[in-house]
Design a protein around this ligand. Structure first.
Ligand code: NAP
Ligand code: GDD
Length: 352
């Protein structure tokens, strides 16, 4: 039985990746931060015990370990004990806007945290396979469409930290012959997306407006363009990258780009609401430096991995609006649910 260690297991991608790995028969070990309120809601269907003590195991074969990417001793302890075959580094201070408020902390976790993990992984098992969650933010929106050869131009403390982690991952591959890959993923969303990222903020607020709980939605820059895909498809690609003969880096995205304004329009229209009555602009959501246009050129992944995004922009909007309507007790429009049933059927992911 293969063993995988996943950092960021309580996040959007970590939760979907864990479901995928368990469906493939892996023993999965996850790193969890201690928090004063529970932070395991995205994995509580796999790990129902509310309390973790030391290393805890659920019936599904998922093990959770307390730790933090700032704590190299604990990271090393876990690696020595688990000796994983595959390591997925998904943990990060992942919010771009927040990274301007916490640049040093973001550098410590999103940057140096990767080095701590690479070093512990290499020492625990020289044959380990390592996935680094790199980001399209590293391109800074320059020279679209962006592929593996596009130069980096980081435009935030978050992106600077991810560029450092990207190069450390390559350095371990070249210097120690370690199987280490960077997945340079463009934005990917889902019903489990964090509530303060723009897509989820929009769909959640729409559901609350329909439910009569709110009236307005305040946003920042509506002109930025993103290549938005669907998280459950993207975590499958992370796994594929670690199953190849040779380690290399991949750009992953849909190959389409849409503005934040287009997302707002599509979501309001789908929910049957008039955007003009609800949306307002608030300067506090603008960033000191913005990434204007992200659009992936994912041809390398298509050719080498046979991977291609299936859920595109409008489908994604519908899936997310439906899920948030259900969460807030409103009857979903229903098209999003049908798209999920068609795309995923009875496959590993059953939908939220
Ligand atoms: P997310 O939902 O924000 O999850 C981040 C995870 O990191 C959470 O489990 C969080 O734990 C954990 N974490 C944060 N600080 C930590 C620390 N100091 N020590 C240990 N764990 C810590 O992010 P995501 O959307 O799933 O993204 C996964 C990864 O891919 C991130 O590295 C992100 O930067 C990168 N990425 C994401 C996208 C995207 O569009 N989603 C695109 C490219 C790259 P808590 O639950 O305790 O907060
Ligand atoms: N969060 C947020 N909130 N963004 C807003 C808002 C708002 O109220 N209004 C407009 N935006 C704009 C941002 O300025 C940005 O241009 C765009 O919406 C997307 O913002 P986010 O959803 O916060 O995502 P991001 O693109 O900055 O970063 C995400 O994708 C990266 C990959 O490209 C994160 O998941 C990163 O971790 C990831 O690396």
């Amino acid at each position: 039985m293969k063993k995988a260690f996943v950092t960021g297991i309580t996040g959007q991608d970590g939760s979907y990746l864990t479901e995928l790995l368990i469906s493939k028969g892996y023993e999965v070990h996850g790193l969890v931060r201690r928090s004063s309120s529970l932070n395991t809601s995205r994995i509580c269907h796999i790990f129902p015990e509310a309390e973790i003590a030391g290393t805890s195991k659920s019936e599904s074969g998922l093990f959770l370990h307390y730790g933090d990417l700032s704590d190299s001793e604990q990271i090393s302890n876990i690696m020595d004990k688990v000796k994983p075959d595959e390591v997925y580094n998904l943990a990060a201070q992942s919010h771009v806007r927040v990274s301007f408020d916490t640049p040093e902390y973001t550098g410590n976790i999103t940057g140096l945290g990767t080095t701590r993990l690479l070093e512990a992984a290499r020492r625990s098992n020289p044959g380990v396979r390592f996935y680094q969650a790199s980001s399209s933010e590293m391109f800074g929106g320059k020279k679209p469409p962006q592929n593996e050869e596009t130069p980096f131009y980081p435009r935030s403390p978050y992106a600077c930290a991810k560029v450092y982690s990207y190069w450390m991952t390559r350095n371990y591959r070249e210097g120690y012959d370690m199987y280490a890959c960077n997945g340079i993923l463009f934005n990917h969303e889902s019903p489990r997306r964090g509530e303060t990222f723009v897509t989820r903020k929009i769909t959640r607020r729409i559901a609350r407006i329909v439910a009569g709980k709110e009236k307005t939605l305040s946003l920042g820059n509506l002109d930025a363009k993103r290549d938005w895909g669907f998280s459950p498809e993207y975590v499958e690609c992370m796994w594929m990258m670690l199953q190849q003969k040779q380690a290399t880096d991949y750009v992953i995205g849909t190959g389409e780009t849409h503005s934040v304004a287009e997302f707002v329009d599509a979501a309001f229209e789908y929910a049957g609401l008039d955007r003009e009555k609800h949306v307002q602009i608030d300067q506090k959501y603008f960033r000191p430096t913005e990434v204007d246009v992200l659009i992936a050129d994912p041809r390398k992944a298509e050719k080498n991995l046979g991977w291609k995004a299936k859920v595109k922009f409008l489908d994604l909007v519908k899936i997310m609006v439906d899920a948030d309507m259900r969460e807030f007790g409103v009857e979903p429009v229903g098209e999003g649910d049908m798209i999920l049933a068609k795309r995923f059927g009875k496959k590993w992911w059953k939908g939220d």
